[in-house]
Ligand binder design. Structure first.
Ligand SMILES: Cc1cc2nc3c(=O)[nH]c(=O)nc-3n(C[C@H](O)[C@H](O)[C@H](O)COP(=O)(O)OP(=O)(O)OC[C@H]3O[C@@H](n4cnc5c(N)ncnc54)[C@H](O)[C@@H]3O)c2cc1C
Length: 340
């Protein structure tokens, strides 16, 4: 195993903050993963898996443990019928490279998840979603190393306990499984309307009636380029807060004051309110606090403009959370996870 010492976490995470990891190892196969965990145990080190670091925050005092940097490659077609193609994708593959490949094959199911940064292995962790699609709707099963029992295991879709930006991997079994591959089934049928509002608008403006998978990907890439900063030049983690899920009672209270409040009714009776809207209505869109900017094109995104530390980010998060709480009585939740 090729251990690197003092690895900069600010360089490994797209928010660009945080100290060093004591040790880091790149893994290229399921067996590498197992060896890395055994090494960490033998050296009494905590471990943490990282992919592209686009949904992870690091603390100023770094991580006194082993970062396992997932680079497991490979994309295989394992089944093909008239209606479906099923792929197994190595956890270290770049997510958007895989999406592009499925779109090239005219396959539908994840075209609206185009241009999401990061690795395929991290996609199930928060059940990535965008523009009306979620990765959980195409996942058949997830292969993982089970660090608790020192075995390789396969979790079927239902066992992953997927919900909105959530799964077993960041929920009750966080830190137990290291995902090594994800198996997904894509459809050969054309994408079916209705599409998310921003996509419908794009299609209308471009006079596209029955969009192909390629046209939907192009639409999503264009829409995202307009409202999300590129982490390669502008440090950020995409949506910094999850959308708020509130009871109907809370929603009724808000809509009495804001009759045009955007909202989505959920099947369980609760209501989803875009947190970007809550932040904007709290007067914080474009605000700069301790070097962290509430992005002026999308208030859900926090950009590290000139923050010097994780402490600066934590102070900005507190300020935004408190302001929204004071105005709406809603406690908004952070989306990225933290290395600890
Ligand atoms: C500009 C921008 C736009 C974004 N847009 C979206 C969006 O539209 N929708 C959306 O859902 N997300 C979005 N994100 C968030 C992020 O890109 C996704 O969550 C992505 O899946 C993270 O991948 P990653 O490899 O960078 O994960 P990392 O940040 O490296 O890891 C994220 C978490 O997953 C865990 N993890 C990573 N790999 C594994 C593994 N192999 N096994 C077990 N656990 C693992 C890590 O420990 C960590 O807790 C966006 C981020 C940015 C910067």
């Amino acid at each position: 195993m090729n251990i690197q010492y003092k690895a900069s976490l600010s360089a490994l995470t797209t928010m660009g903050l945080g100290g060093d990891a004591a040790q880091l190892v790149e893994v290229y196969s399921p067996d590498d993963v197992r060896q890395a965990v055994i090494y960490a145990r033998q050296h009494r080190l905590p471990w943490y898996v990282l992919g592209g670091g686009s949904n992870t925050l690091a603390h100023d005092d770094g991580f006194n443990g082993l970062v396992i940097l997932n680079k497991i490659p490979g994309t295989d077609v394992i089944d093909q019928t008239m209606r479906h193609t099923t792929f197994t994708v190595g956890a270290g593959e770049l997510w958007d490279v895989f999406v592009a490949r499925t779109v090239d094959g005219n396959l539908s199911g994840i075209e609206c998840l185009s241009a999401i940064p990061g690795t395929a292995g991290a996609a199930p962790v928060q059940n990535i979603g965008a523009y009306g699609q979620e990765v959980s709707s195409v996942i058949t099963y997830v292969d993982a190393y089970d660090a608790k029992n020192d075995t390789f295991t396969r979790l079927q879709n239902a066992e992953c306990e997927f919900s909105y930006r959530h799964s077993i991997f960041r929920g009750r079994e966080q830190g137990r499984y290291i995902i090594t591959a994800v198996t997904m089934q894509l459809r050969t049928v054309l994408p079916q309307p209705p599409f998310y509002k921003a996509i419908e608008t794009y299609l209308r403006e471009h006079s596209i009636a029955n969009p192909s998978v390629r046209q939907l990907r192009d639409a999503v890439v264009a829409i995202r380029a307009n409202k999300l900063p590129d982490p390669r030049t502008t440090p950020n983690t995409g949506s910094f807060f999850k959308n708020a899920i509130v009871s109907r009672e809370v929603y009724e209270r808000i809509v009495a004051d804001y009759p045009n409040a955007p909202h989505y009714d959920l099947p369980d009776g609760n209501v989803k309110i875009p947190t970007g809207w809550l932040i904007e209505q709290s007067g914080l869109k474009g605000a700069l606090y301790r070097g962290m900017r509430v992005y002026d094109k999308n208030a859900l995104v926090l950009v590290n403009e000139s923050a010097k530390s994780y402490d600066d980010l934590a102070a900005a998060r507190q300020y935004i959370t408190n302001t929204v709480q004071a105005k709406f009585g809603i406690t908004i939740q952070q989306e990225p996870l933290e290395i600890s």
